[in-house]
Design a protein around this ligand. Structure first.
Ligand code: AMP
Length: 220
């Protein structure tokens, strides 16, 4: 399915054209319609597959006209294992936000950097891209509230678990509202990811992209 047939906003199609994204990558063909359809998604795909734009575009579409940012509440939370990925994901959100007809603001927060500028920058943020430890520090300081989010994204979930973030993630999940859309991306599938799938996702669309070719194994 080409981007043009996915029901995307003209401003997003414009950015895709400027960026010379001529056609959707295999994961995007599957993941964009599923997220637009408000389904939970389990995506097994590595960096380089185009997974970031695959969730950034439909997350922005799902928030258009629905953003309810106030009193430090955010609309969407993207958890990532590293500062580098936080910055990368933030850049992709900003790329597509620039041309939107309404303002949707994304911010990346991560450890190893001063917390005060991050606390100040949280004003009117709709989408927060965060490493788990720093997110909890901000929650504990009452700088952000995650109890009303509409969408949760876990990017490189396997790496987050391998990096020892399991306890932080558990605490974060307890703070989230029951009703929300969940998007879980991982390069590998193992018992821990399967466990997280069982706990977090509701009847997910499962999309597996084989790494070195363009085959898609659509499990469901
Ligand atoms: P990711 O796997 O999300 O890190 O994306 C890998 C790279 O592919 C990034 O540099 C993107 O800008 C690029 N990219 C993503 N989707 C497309 C597309 N449909 N056409 C061309 N480039 C793309």
């Amino acid at each position: 399915m080409p981007f043009k047939s996915m029901g995307l906003a003209p401003s997003i199609l414009h950015t895709l054209k400027i960026q010379n994204y001529q056609k959707p990558y295999p994961i995007q063909k599957e993941v964009i319609p599923a997220i637009l359809d408000k389904k939970d998604v389990l995506g097994i795909a590595k960096t380089g597959s185009g997974k970031t734009a695959g969730y950034v575009i439909p997350v922005l579409m799902n928030l258009l006209g629905k953003s309810t940012v106030n009193n430090r509440h955010i609309d969407a939370l993207v958890l990532v294992p590293t500062r580098e990925l936080a910055v990368q994901v933030n850049d992709v959100f900003r790329l597509f936000e620039e041309t939107l007809p309404e303002q949707i603001k994304t911010l990346a927060v991560f450890g190893g950097a001063s917390i005060n500028p991050q606390m100040k920058a949280l004003q009117n943020v709709s989408i927060l891209v965060a490493t788990p430890g720093r997110l909890l520090e901000l929650v504990d300081r009452n700088a952000v509230k995650i109890s009303n989010i509409k969408i949760l994204v876990l990017d490189e979930a396997d790496k987050m678990l391998n990096s020892g973030f399991a306890d932080e993630m558990k605490r974060i999940f307890e703070l989230l509202p029951v009703k929300r859309q969940n998007l879980l991306f991982s390069a590998t599938i193992n018992d821990d990811i399967e466990n997280m799938n069982q706990i977090l996702l509701r009847d997910p669309v499962v999309i597996k992209i084989e790494s070195d070719d363009e085959d898609i194994e659509l499990i469901k």
